[in-house]
Unconditional design. Structure first.
Length: 43
């Protein structure tokens, strides 16, 4: 995971990525919540 500033994000023309903006709480809390919403892989 890489933390970037708003200005760095604005200068990423031609690049792909995923921006995750937190609103408090720990990273594990976000991971646990996203795991609940994600489809389970087929066995």
């Amino acid at each position: 995971m890489k933390h970037i500033t708003l200005n760095e994000a604005r200068q990423t023309n031609g690049m792909e990525g995923l921006v995750i903006q937190g609103c408090g709480g720990g990273l594990n809390e976000w991971i646990d919540g996203s795991a609940v919403c994600s489809p389970k892989p087929e066995p």
